[in-house]
Design a protein around this ligand. Structure first.
Ligand code: ZN
Ligand code: ZN
Ligand code: FE
Length: 759
């Protein structure tokens, strides 16, 4: 007896070779029917005898394409339609797509084998790709993901490529970006003025890199700036031209084995390095490995990654390791096209290795580190965006159809987030919105993601801060309902959403800044928080921040403010502890702190780390955000456990005054700086865990969610997690998004959605 079934598959099932795989499986089982992309994923109808139908469904579940991820697979009966053949139906453009575009995928092993095979027609072709690999998010102009709507639309396939594309048994069957040296994109080498140079571009580029030149190389989500990673002079020149004196530069290695010659790599780090997302993974360097010591002057870490395009493979085979850092000036958006290339080619890069396949969407590399065996994202962008994150809680089902929400995020490390149904799509890294170019990028990218997802936001969530750029951007949607969300509530809600937590938790938000609901700057907060509401139940003791932002840029000034309070105004001691501050500056700071003018109060935990960093002489002034904390964590490296310093819990205030006084004494006694730095980390972990115990008794909550930029510090995250687990708490930290302000937009969406449901 023949019967027909309809199968609906959702998840990451478009743009990853799903339909060709379905086709091959159906043909192998002798089934008739069709497969097509649909708004919700992929729909299949298959007709045949029971046994092959069952085996077909089992095949789908057990052997989906390598880069696919099936979230749901539902089978139902359908009326028989007869027919002998199985077909791939072309996409229907009607309907609203919620999925359909995977992240960019690193070159697969099969393509790599062709790249190096001297007899293959694509040997050494820098744009080799297949249904398992290649760019996706950065090349799709519109959905559904078909060639005519990608940046390959302008390239006409040659007969050989057309045959592969149309042949169901071929691994390039329906590979939308299929190309070869005859019909596909080509490399060009440009000089500093943007003029094309003669010669074989790749060979010339290799020669220039070997000479120590700086090259702009067109990648997947933008240009990289590249130079020899073992040559101090080249790295120094790149830093100088890019105005980036200290912040770490990423390094690309030829292969995993090559990376092992320079860095220590654990199992989780290896998994991340070779994953199709190919993030930059922060690793410990092996001393004397030959890498330039200017790559990461503040730590013994290096941001390492492996080639993810055929061009990378070809380049790195000749000259490696290479510095590969975002092609931009300072904090501007990464250069994507020819006009933007002009901003870096000349001023920064001596030459550019470019090509004629356009980049549709800008997307920086992702950055991740491993803390206690788990990935800890510092930046989630290429390779992960636009995968959706489910907004469903533990108990809530699908619920009624929800309005789409746009959340504008925070001003630093900005991402925004657009929801559709129960999925939240967090954008690629946008960056610091104070830069007008990033603000422009934000505006374009919001419109772009809304268009891709086919949504018009009915609800717009933004930060409480009235003067934020992201708040101003929210104003561009006057027809939507607006929700203002407190920064640290958003942090905690993001962590809850990632883990599907409902109900209430103790939220520990240790952070730089966010505007509190009392108008002061928060950043060391304990919240009793649900997705809908929160109450602040404890906080770090606030101190004056003399000169506002100036105290962030100069940790010594913040340290002065704290010590003025904690050392009872003993100027002589403060002068010895903070030798970088002259008497005039100290007098000016004192007037500001005591008078309160231009000196807002802050309970920021980030600033407290800055203060200790400044006291230890580790970092008096910063050139990039969180530099003082990065150096403090590095100073504590290699020091095992240290006894915590003192602290006080007075009412709802966690007071680290005793610790600051003891640290001052230890410094005066000439104690080892590493031990002091380690002891301070222990202190914050122990004190926060103790505060959670007090809150547990009062609020009857035993789950703790950790969020905020301070948790990029693996020592703090690990220390506090262990303290909390030891006290019987269930502990949740970010697993899919960074704990820094890049997670704010997801939290804003979760909160806005909850508020809309309560109405
Ligand atoms: Zn491939
Ligand atoms: Zn071709
Ligand atoms: Fe924050």
């Amino acid at each position: 007896m023949k019967r027909r079934i309809r199968i609906r598959v959702s998840g990451r099932v478009q743009g990853v070779g799903f339909r060709p795989t379905v086709y091959r499986m159906a043909v192998a089982r002798g089934l008739a029917g069709w497969v097509r992309n649909a708004p919700s994923g992929v729909v299949i109808e298959a007709e045949g005898e029971d046994a092959p139908l069952e085996r077909f469904v089992a095949d789908l579940r057990e052997r989906p394409p390598r880069q696919a991820r099936i979230d749901n697979l539902a089978v139902e009966d359908a009326p028989p339609a007869g027919g002998e053949t199985f077909e791939i139906l072309t996409s229907q453009r009607s309907g609203d797509l919620t999925v359909g575009l995977p992240p960019d995928l690193a070159t697969c092993d099969a393509c790599l084998a062709e790249l190096t095979d001297p007899n293959d027609r694509r040997r050494r072709y820098p744009f080799i790709n297949c249904t398992d690999c290649g760019p996706r998010f950065t090349v799709a102009r519109e959905l559904p993901y078909d060639r005519e709507r990608t940046s390959m639309a302008g390239f006409r396939m040659c007969p050989a490529c057309s045959r592969e594309f149309g042949r169901p048994g071929d691994r390039r069957f329906e590979a939308q970006l299929d190309a070869c040296p005859v019909c596909g994109p080509r490399l060009t080498l440009l000089d500093a003025a943007g003029a094309g140079l003669p010669g074989e571009p790749l060979r010339e580029a290799v020669r220039l890199l070997r000479e120590g030149r700086i090259l702009a190389v067109k990648g997947v989500g933008g240009y990289h700036l590249c130079c020899d990673a073992c040559r101090d002079a080249a790295v120094e020149l790149l830093r100088e031209r890019k105005s980036r004196p200290h912040k770490a530069l990423a390094v690309m290695f030829r292969s995993l084995d090559h990376a092992r010659e320079h860095c220590r790599i654990g199992p989780e780090e290896e998994r991340l390095l070779v994953s199709a997302a190919r993030p930059i993974v922060i690793l410990k360097t092996i001393p004397e490995s030959g890498l330039s010591c200017l790559l990461s002057p503040d730590t013994r870490d290096v941001g390492a990654f492996l080639p993810y395009t055929p061009l990378h493979h070809l380049l790195l085979a000749e000259v490696a390791p290479l510095v590969m850092t975002s092609g931009n000036r300072a904090e501007e958006p990464i250069a994507r096209d020819e006009a933007e290339l002009r901003r870096i080619l000349g001023p920064i890069a001596d030459h550019a290795l470019a090509h004629d396949r356009p980049i549709v969407r800008r997307c920086d590399d992702s950055v991740v580190r491993v803390a206690d065996g788990c990935p800890l994202f510092i930046r989630r962008s290429r390779g992960y965006v636009p995968d959706g994150i489910s907004l469903r809680g533990e108990s809530s089902g699908e619920g009624p159809a929800a309005d789409s929400i746009l959340a504008c995020g925070a001003d630093l490390k900005n991402t925004f987030c657009v929801s559709r149904g129960t999925l939240a799509f967090v954008s690629q890294h946008v960056g610091d919105l104070m830069d007008p170019r990033n603000e422009e990028f934000f505006h374009e990218a919001v419109a772009d993601l809304c268009r891709l997802l086919g949504v018009t936001p009915a609800l717009v969530a933004r930060d409480l801060h009235p003067d934020y750029v992201s708040t101003r951007q929210a104003g561009r949607y006057p027809d939507a309902r607006h929700v203002a969300v407190q920064h640290h509530h958003a942090h905690i809600a993001a962590c809850m959403a990632e883990h599907g937590l409902d109900g209430s938790v103790i939220g520990v938000a240790l952070d730089g800044f966010g505007m509190g609901d009392d108008g002061t700057f928060w950043g060391g907060e304990f919240l009793a928080a649900g997705r809908g509401a929160y109450r602040r139940v404890a906080r770090f003791k606030p101190y004056r921040m003399p000169g506002g932002d100036a105290a962030t840029e100069h940790p010594e000034r913040m340290a002065y403010s704290c010590l003025l309070t904690e050392l009872n105004g003993d100027e002589d001691r403060i002068a010895r502890l903070l030798p970088g501050l002259g008497p005039d500056l100290r007098a000016a700071l004192r007037r500001m702190v005591e008078g309160g003018a231009r000196s807002p109060l802050t309970s920021s935990a980030g600033r407290l780390f800055d203060v200790v960093s400044a006291m230890l002489g580790v970092c008096g002034a910063i050139t990039y955000e969180a530099q003082a904390a990065v150096r403090l964590e590095a100073a504590a490296e290699g020091v095992a456990a240290a006894a915590p310093y003192g602290w006080l819990m007075a009412g709802d205030t966690l007071d680290f005054g005793p610790a600051l006084r003891e640290i001052a004494e230890d410094i005066e006694a000439g104690r080892d700086r590493g031990a002091i730095a380690a002891g301070f980390h222990e202190t914050v972990a122990a004190a926060c865990a103790r505060a959670c115990e007090t809150i547990r008794l009062r609020e009857r909550l035993d789950r703790v969610a950790l969020s905020g930029g301070c948790f990029q510090n693996a020592r703090l995250l690990g220390g506090l997690t262990r303290e909390l687990l030891g006290r019987g708490f269930r502990v949740y930290s970010h697993a899919r998004l960074p704990p820094n302000d890049a997670c704010i937009s997801l939290g804003q969406v979760a909160i806005a959605r909850e508020l809309a449901r309560e109405d």
